[in-house]
Ligand binder design. Structure first.
Ligand code: PLP
Ligand code: COI
Length: 366
């Protein structure tokens, strides 16, 4: 298979580097093109780059009715050498296939996922927002395309990769903590379900809980397991806490928690961070008691979009508030954020293979 290029006419494409005047925000902008590949007749075929634009789908499209759709989220960064590098994108390709397995979508050879992503970034490289802390957010996704109303796996799918030039998640500063709602009413996932996948339906299911969070003055929800005894994760990030000896604790991955690549990276970076990073089952009652006793001094979330997101307090549905340490961003959280973003931005050497250069193929004239 070869990638086919059906690019916008040169005069309609970006021809100068993108230098935004203010923070471009997260996920708002699009580049000129997208990568597509179709599944039909039992195989993935027709890899191509085309202008970014709407899909034509039938009202009976199975995704619209039964939600057979999965996605990934990754980032690429511009380094001082003027080249764009993806961060651990092979992990995203592997996880997309794990999500595919969970919702009965045919897997895509990671080689083709990555070829598509790199070709697309290469074509639209001038869209990289030249701004402190910015990135190209990469959103690969697969959705069912068969026009059929019975509940069964679709026989056809589309794989699409789109890019969103995005700014630093925290704008210019990393100095504010957020509050999380601890809910015993809403659950994100149950064992044997789809919680471990990035299935679109998981995010639809989180919206009602997100509304409840907002009503409690919280930014997001901290989900518990279905017995309301263990801490699982946040709607779009894993959870962590830091004990007063500096040990970072991430809840053990189960089939109700997304295996965050950011969490995996912090676990892998323990030595560089100079921190002990562990995974454990985290019991809610003990967690709260340890915060109140000053045994837990920092907490937060890990995610591609969220990076390292500091949590200053938790609120329960009855209005009880528990503040972590002094409620401010702590030194360990700052260290994790700095080391991770320095590696991503090429200021600090990370482990081999984490950053991969997007090669230039003179595609601009194709
Ligand atoms: N948990 C959920 C439910 C998510 O949607 C995300 C975001 O991708 C994460 C955790 C963090 O995962 P990652 O670090 O791979 O982005
Ligand atoms: C990401 O962090 O990449 C995600 O996919 C979270 C998203 C729901 C914004």
């Amino acid at each position: 298979m070869q990638i086919e290029y059906q690019l916008k006419p040169l005069e309609q494409r970006r021809t100068e580097p993108f230098i935004p005047e203010s923070n471009v925000g997260f996920g708002l902008l699009r580049t000129d093109h997208m990568f597509l590949m179709d599944y039909r007749d039992g195989q993935w075929q027709d890899p191509r780059i085309v202008p970014y634009g709407p899909f034509e789908i039938f009202p009976g499209n199975m995704t619209l009715h039964y939600g057979q759709s999965i996605f990934e989220g990754a980032k690429a960064f511009l380094h001082d050498d003027g080249e764009i590098y993806t961060f651990r994108i092979d992990q995203n390709a592997a996880r997309l296939n794990r999500s595919a397995e969970i919702v009965c979508i045919p897997e895509i050879d990671p080689k083709w996922q990555l070829a598509g992503i790199r070709a697309l970034i290469d074509v639209d490289r001038l869209w990289f927002p030249q701004q402190q802390g910015a990135c190209l957010y990469i959103r690969p996704f697969i959705f069912a395309t068969e026009d059929k109303l019975s509940v069964s796996p679709s026989k056809s799918y589309t794989f699409c990769v789109m890019l969103s030039p995005s700014g630093a998640y925290y704008g210019d500063s990393f100095d504010k903590t957020i509050r999380l709602l601890i809910t015993k009413k809403y659950h994100r996932a149950v064992s044997g379900g789809t919680g471990e996948s990035k299935a679109a339906g998981n995010y639809a299911a989180s919206l009602r809980a997100g509304k409840a969070a907002a009503e409690h003055g919280a930014a997001q929800v901290l989900y518990l397991d279905s017995t309301n005894t263990q801490i699982e994760e946040v709607g779009a990030m894993n959870h962590f806490h830091v004990r007063k000896d500096g040990t970072v604790v991430i809840p053990t991955f189960t089939d109700t928690i997304l295996k965050s690549i950011t969490s995996r990276s912090i676990l892998d970076l323990g030595d560089i961070l100079g921190l002990n990073v562990v995974q454990e089952t985290v019991m809610l009652d003990q967690f709260i008691a340890d915060i109140e006793a000053g045994e837990i001094i920092e907490a937060g979330g890990f995610g591609t979009a969220a990076v390292v997101s500091p949590v200053g307090s938790y609120i329960f549905e009855d209005g009880r508030i528990v503040t972590v340490g002094d409620g401010e961003v702590g030194q360990y959280t700052k260290r994790m954020y700095k080391v991770l973003t320095d590696i991503q931005q090429g200021k600090l050497a990370g482990p081999d293979g984490w950053m991969t250069k997007v090669e230039r193929h003179e595609t601009i004239s194709k």
